[in-house]
Write a protein that binds this ligand. Sequence first.
Ligand code: G6P
Length: 369
Amino acid sequence: EMLEKGGYDHFMLKEIYEQPRSIGDCMRGRIYPLEGKVKLGGIKEYTEKFKNAHRIIIVACGTSWHAGLVGEYLIEEYARIPVEVEYASEFRYRNPIITENDIVIAISQSGETADTMAAIEMAKAKGATIFGICNVVGSSIPRLSDAGIYTHAGPEIGVASTKAFTAQVTALTLMAFYMAEKKGTIAQTKLIALLSELERIPSLVERALQSDGLIREISEKFKDSRNALFLGRGSGFPVALEGALKLKEISYIHAEGYPAAEMKHGPIALIDEQMPVIVIATKNSSYEKVISNIQEVKARKGVVIAIVTEGDTEVVRMADYSIEIPSADEAFLPLLATIPLQLLSYHIAVLRGCNVDQPRNLAKSVTVE
Ligand code: G6P
C-alpha cells in the first residue's frame, strides 16, 4: 500500500499533489491557445444543441455539486447561457420544468451515484439532452448520457474528493470557453489570452502547493477548533463551500461555507476569538468588497486566515494568517484557491488523528439513494 501511495502518508495527500498533472491531463489535446480554440470531441456533435440551449441544468451531489456551482459561474460569464445547479437528490423528487431545449449536465467522479443517475433518467424521459462529466471511464453515467467528456484525473482513492474536483472544474472551464467561442460571446483576443493562461495553470498549481509547510504550521493552531467559517464571493463562494465540506468530511470539525456578504445575515453571530474564518481574498473583481468583509470579522475579534494573491500587502496586514496563491485571471481562481483549502483540511485532520482516507460514515461512491 505504501508503494501505491507513492511515498505519501495518505492517498489524499498524494492526490492533492497529483493535481498539476491531473489538471494537465484533463486539458491535454483539448486546448489550442495559438488558434484560440478548444476542441472537445465529446461535445462536437451537440454544438448546435448547446448554442441554442435555452437553459443548462447541472445535476450532481457532494463535491461534484460544488464543481457545478463553479460551472454555473463560468458558463454564464463566458457563454451567456442561463444555468441552474441542482442537487440530484432534490431534483429527482420535484416536478421540474424541463423541455427539449434544455441540456442537463450530470457531474460525477464515480459515474455511479444513484441520485445523479435517477435525475438523468427523469430528465431524459422529459426530452432533455444529457451530457456527462465523469472521471471513471465506462461507468454508468457516461453510458446513460447522450454525450460527455471525461475528466481524466486518474483513479481517486481518498474518499474526500480533491483531484477529481479540480479536474471537473477544468472540464467545465473548457466547456464554458468552447461554448463562448461557438456562440461568439467572447472576443478572440480574450480567448487566446485565457487559453494561454490556462495552459500555465498546472505550473501555478505546483506553486500553490509550495505553501504546504506554512499551511501545516497554521493547522497546528486550529486543530482543536470546534467550528470554522469559509467565506468567498463570486466563484470564490463555491470554493468556500468546498473548503468547508473538505474540513468537515475528514476532520469532523463543524464548518460552513458562506457568500461573504451573507455573513451579516447569520454567521456573524458566531464569530469569536476562537473560530477561524477562512476568507478567499484574492485580487479580483470582488477584492475591495472582501476587504470590508474581513474588517467586519476583525471588528468582532475574529481570527482570519486569508487566501491572498502573491505579493498582496493590504489583506496580509489585516489578516492573522495569509496563504499566497499565484496571480491569475479570475476565471482560474477556483482551480488555485482550492489547493490551500485542501491542504488545510488535510493537515488539521492528520493532527487530530483522523482517518483521512476513509472518514467515518462516508463512502467513495454512493450507489444507494
Ligand atoms: C460521495 C463522496 C464525495 C462525492 C459524492 C458524489 O459523497 O464521498 O466525495 O463528491 O459522493 O460522488 P460522485 O462520484 O457522483 O462525484
